[in-house]
Design a protein around this ligand. Structure first.
Ligand SMILES: C[S@@+](CC[C@H](N)C(=O)[O-])C[C@H]1O[C@@H](n2cnc3c(N)ncnc32)[C@H](O)[C@@H]1O
Length: 244
């Protein structure tokens, strides 16, 4: 993914539905993936039926422990970033949203016994926005949106997950001082995300110099997209915004 729109990208954007009306599937699932889907997902899933319409679902009601730190990763792909955060910091609770069944099963395979014993992970296999709208105000410590879909065509820009409406929803659920962390290597998407978040009255960009956003932080966990050397992924940008 870089800034050039290939015919394939354009064709994909024309065909893609940007609202999710159900679970999305791709490649056929092998036995292990079917197993985690049938055995593990029901234990961890936040189902649509559990979502509230009132924005009053406390993260503490979703977990079986007393941690008061909750991290949300939106569009986690295959979940390697989320899984590694869980391994590095077992004290927090994690919510991951990813509509693709193949990504979800890849992530479920990464979950170990310790994570399960801690009851520190919940997964939502659907659009993250209804989940965000369901969560209680001032309850989330960090939101990650890593390499979101670029929606290259100008007429599709409002489909980008980082937009004023969604930023308002993110701000509502974030605690004061909570972090919104976004990455991309797509030139016009980085400009878009910086502009949208900077224009939003609730967010403040923490970068003081170009190096702060053009280099990975020392403890950064790369996503699959970064490590697989996708075209352009050698110049990633790392945006850290805080809620005022
Ligand atoms: C380009 S991929 C990046 C995946 C991963 N974050 C990475 O860096 O490897 C974008 C991901 O966002 C997911 N996605 C798009 N819109 C979403 C939404 N509204 N809610 C949750 N996930 C979404 C897609 O299914 C896809 O897996």
């Amino acid at each position: 993914m870089n800034d050039t729109i290939s015919n394939k990208d354009a064709e994909h954007e024309d065909k893609a539905e940007w609202r999710f009306y159900g679970r999305r599937s791709g490649r056929k699932l092998n036995t292990t993936r079917k197993q985690v889907l049938n055995d593990l997902l029901p234990k961890l899933a936040i189902t649509e039926a559990e979502l509230t319409k009132n924005g009053d679902q406390a993260p503490s009601s979703l977990f079986e422990n007393n941690s008061n730190k909750t991290v949300l990763e939106i569009g986690f792909g295959n979940g390697e970033h989320l899984a590694e955060m869980m391994r590095r910091n077992g004290d927090a609770n994690y919510i991951g949203a990813e509509p693709f069944i193949n990504g979800m099963t890849a992530f479920l395979k990464e979950i170990d016994e310790d994570n399960l014993a801690q009851g520190s992970i919940r997964a939502h296999m659907d659009d993250a926005i209804p989940l965000v709208k369901s969560l209680e105000a001032n309850s989330i410590d960090e939101i990650y949106v890593l390499n979101p879909d670029p929606w290259h065509k100008t007429r599709h820009h409002q489909r980008r997950i980082i937009n004023q409406d969604n930023l308002t929803e993110f701000s509502r659920i974030m605690k004061s001082g909570a972090k919104l962390i976004m990455t991309t290597d797509v030139v016009n998407l980085i400009e878009w995300m910086i502009t949208e978040a900077s224009l939003h009255p609730d967010f403040e960009w923490t970068a003081k110099c170009a190096n702060d956003w053009q280099s990975a932080p020392t403890d950064w966990i790369p996503t699959r997209y970064e490590t697989k050397g996708a075209k352009g992924a050698d110049h990633m940008n790392y945006l850290f915004f805080t809620k005022k």
